[in-house]
Ligand binder design. Structure first.
Ligand SMILES: O=c1ccn([C@@H]2O[C@H](COP(=O)(O)OP(=O)(O)O[C@H]3O[C@H](CO)[C@@H](O)[C@H](O)[C@H]3O)[C@@H](O)[C@H]2O)c(=O)[nH]1
Ligand SMILES: [Mn+2]
Length: 736
């Protein structure tokens, strides 16, 4: 029988292996040199040898990281799905699918954005009587409920329109911002198009207006019983569970404007009580799994974040090719699609595009056991995410799913669903979050959940078709980016230190390559310490005349020069081939330095505090809005340092200043001494320090040149200057 999907091994690996072999050799030579030539008493004294050993430790660490990173570059594969074969074999006789959308805060995640995500997934090219869409609202906001109610009305126009004209993408916001009326000539009549656009604009305006006023219009409150849930003066941290079915797909009287069925649409705000920890998105996901089990109970679950819309209406059918494949399907636990963003600027100023992760690393993980579960854009099997272990004879019953009309049982079912969204499941020591459902206690709950699924014997599949399945929003300010990476790196680091450490937990269950693959992300946070050392010590060494690298004339310079050159050229090649621009790559390198010296450093501190029990886990939501001024600077690719003065920015500014002072100071004593010998001796330190200065140019601009609101706060510049004052004094000493 023809397979429903194909797996291709990527070719041209011989060249890569040759490159990797040269890098590995160079790493060994560097380490050997460090061990063999520790400067003795003659070469500068005790302090120098300690600094030298520090360099050795840092290089050893980078070497280990490089080896670990090979795990996700060794055997990349690419998957193709044949949805035409799926259609030929099954027609519309396909399994039911539940789609979960999570939102948490109507201020940082505007309801008009959330409903576009919802509408885009309601409009999948999939039988409506097999589709149910759930919105989990951790913000428990009447405004979000109102927005969803508006969407349930607009869907009656939107879904038939999408179907009739096969349009893409099916988020109305994305669609109307992309398409011009002129281009649509052949597709549909101008009138139809404009009417729909007006109707969409009307809905958005009503929602935004309600959000602005902070209340739902009185006449609307009478339209649905759900609004009464907010009558009792509930608060965000203290409220009853709410489950409201807005559309029941099996109710023949609820149809779109062309008389076709609509997918089920459900609003859920799980119970919150001050004494009970709600476990953030993981808690929301688990509540959704329970609540949906009494309303639709579909065997397949898709989760998207509220800032993500479906960009390809065939994605469900594509993903099903993996689950329904006769030969392999029974092994597949989840199908992960990459995270792509719509709001990146041309040169990706904050290095947020996950291009290299998406195009290289996840393909690499897929080749050795399957990609990690990275949250949004992931298709799961209900049974497996709920905790089932693999067995060879496992056979899924695809016919499951509740197909009866809720009808007169509606109230009963809603009550039952509410009882499944209570705090009892979080606080009464149930298995939820441990053995059942998405795991608790980790800021990257998804990664740890995916690892556990793979360790229970399932494989996962990475599906990255040319037309992206999902598009979302990346952070648009430096502070947001750093905050998001603090959460990512803390999460992955704490997995490494927990009982879920891939080497222990995965031992004997998943391949060693895959264990290493998970570690690449776990090593982000601790890499901050050797990185800081490598930024700090050689620069200060240049200033204080302590040589820390071989001389330019020594043959040992070769591996030291080859390594950075080869690695940067390769990383540039990797980036360019993933569609990043040259400047975008350069920006990415800057962000790499900034993230490592701030986010990752704080992540180490966060993790340690948490291990010592001094602080609880936090999940800082990434805001999806920024003010107009900020957005303008983002469009112009100006880094945003204002207006608040956080410790992160102090570090960024101090490092930039220190590099500058060390470079200037170092060069001035070398020039003053007038001897080429020192120049040869300090060559690599000059290059390293010079590279740091070059990459920090936008930071200097933000400190001394710019005067817009995004510039570095004067307080930050002042503090940073104070911090590098000792270095300045040394420099002054040289000059005088
Ligand atoms: O208490 C909470 C906190 C967050 N969320 C939702 O979780 C999603 C992700 O939050 P966001 O602030 O957008 O974080 P990101 O950094 O963009 O999320 C990435 O990283 C998370 C943790 O690994 C994954 O869960 C996400 O899917 C992935 O997109 C959003 O839809 C939120 O509404 C909740 O439902 N409840
Ligand atoms: Mn997000």
């Amino acid at each position: 029988m023809e397979r429903l999907f194909a797996t291709e091994r990527l070719r041209a690996r011989a060249l890569y292996m040759f490159y990797a072999a040269t890098v590995a050799t160079a790493i060994c030579l560097v380490l050997y040199y460090r061990v063999a030539f520790v400067p003795g008493e003659a070469g500068g004294g005790r302090a120098t040898s300690w600094l030298w050993l520090g360099m050795l430790a840092a290089e050893l660490w980078f070497g280990v990281c490089w080896v670990v990173a090979q795990s996700v570059r060794w055997r990349p594969v690419r998957r193709r799905a044949f949805s035409d074969r799926l259609a030929a074999r099954y027609g519309d006789n396909l399994p039911c699918v539940d789609i979960f959308v999570c939102t948490a805060d109507p201020r940082s995640e505007p309801p008009s954005l959330v409903v576009c995500a919802v509408l885009s997934v309601m409009a999948y090219n999939y039988p409506a009587d097999k589709l149910s869409v759930y919105l989990s609202d951790d913000g428990c906001s009447a405004l979000t409920f109102y927005a969803l109610w508006e969407a349930s009305q607009f869907a009656k126009l939107w879904l038939p329109f999408c179907r009739k004209h096969s349009i893409e993408p099916r988020s109305p916001a994305a669609y109307f911002s992309e398409s011009e009326m002129g281009k649509l000539g052949e597709l549909c009549s101008v009138q139809e198009w404009s009417l729909l656009k007006e109707s969409y604009k009307g809905m958005t305006e009503r929602i935004d207006c309600a959000v602005l006023l902070g209340m739902v219009p009185e006449q609307i409150r009478a339209m649905h019983k759900g609004f009464y849930e907010w009558d009792s003066g509930i608060t965000l941290q203290n409220h009853q569970p709410i489950v409201q079915v807005l559309i029941d797909r099996n109710n023949p009287t609820v149809v779109d404007n062309e008389g076709s069925q609509l997918p089920t649409l459900v609003y859920m705000a799980r119970e919150k009580r001050p004494k009970c920890h709600h476990n953030f998105k993981a808690g929301a996901m688990n509540a959704l799994i329970r609540v949906s089990s009494v309303i639709s109970n579909s065997p397949i679950i898709l989760n998207v974040d509220c800032d993500v819309y479906s960009n390809n209406s065939d994605s469900i059918r594509d993903a099903l090719c993996f689950f329904l494949d006769e030969k392999m399907g029974h092994k597949v636990g989840f199908v992960q699609c990459p995270q792509n963003y719509t709001n990146l600027t041309k040169n990706d100023i904050y290095g947020n595009s996950l291009n290299v992760i998406n195009e290289v690393e996840l393909c690499g993980m897929d080749g050795v056991g399957g990609p990690a579960y990275i949250g949004t854009g992931c298709f799961h099997r209900r049974e497996i995410i709920s905790g089932r272990s693999f067995s060879e004879d496992y056979k899924q019953d695809w016919e499951t799913g509740i197909m009866e009309k809720l009808g007169e049982h509606m109230n009963e079912i809603e009550e039952q669903a509410k009882s499944l969204a209570t705090c009892d499941y979080e606080c009464n020591n149930t298995q939820w979050g441990r053995e059942v459902g998405v795991k608790y206690g980790c800021p990257v709950e998804d990664v740890i959940t995916g690892l556990a699924i793979q360790c229970r014997g399932w494989v996962s599949v990475y599906f990255n078709p040319a037309r992206k399945a999902f598009l979302g929003l990346a952070p648009t300010t430096l502070a947001q980016t750093l905050l998001q990476h603090r959460r990512f790196s803390e999460g992955n680091f704490s997995i490494l230190l927990s009982r879920y450490c891939p080497f222990l937990f995965g031992h004997g269950k998943v391949k060693l390559w895959l264990q290493m693959g998970y570690c690449t992300y776990g090593l982000w946070a601790p890499s901050s310490l050797p990185t800081l050392y490598y930024i700090f010590v050689p620069s200060v060494g240049l200033l204080c005349r302590i040589p820390l690298f071989p001389e330019l004339t020594s043959p040992w310079i070769l591996p030291f020069a080859y390594l950075p050159a080869a690695m940067y050229i390769y990383s540039l090649y990797e980036a360019l081939s993933c569609g990043v621009t040259l400047k975008g790559w350069w920006n990415g390198q800057r962000m790499w330095v900034i993230k490592r010296t701030t986010s990752y450093l704080f992540a180490v501190a966060d993790t340690i505090f948490r291990l010592l029990g001094l602080s609880a886990m936090a999940f800082a939501i990434t805001p999806k809005v920024s003010d107009e001024d900020q957005s303008r600077r983002y469009e112009q690719e100006l880094m945003e340092f204002g207006p608040s003065s956080s410790l992160e920015f102090v570090i960024v500014a101090a490092i930039a200043l220190l590099s500058l002072v060390c470079l200037a100071g170092g060069l001035s004593w070398i020039v003053a001494s007038g001897c080429t010998a020192s120049c040869l001796k300090f060559f690599l330190q000059i290059v390293l320090c010079g590279a740091l200065v070059a990459i920090n140019v936008p930071v200097y601009e933000a400190m001394f040149i710019r005067n817009d609101r995004g510039r570095m706060a004067p307080g930050v510049t002042l503090t940073a200057t104070g911090l590098v004052l000792p270095a300045c004094l040394i420099w002054a000493n040289i000059v005088l």
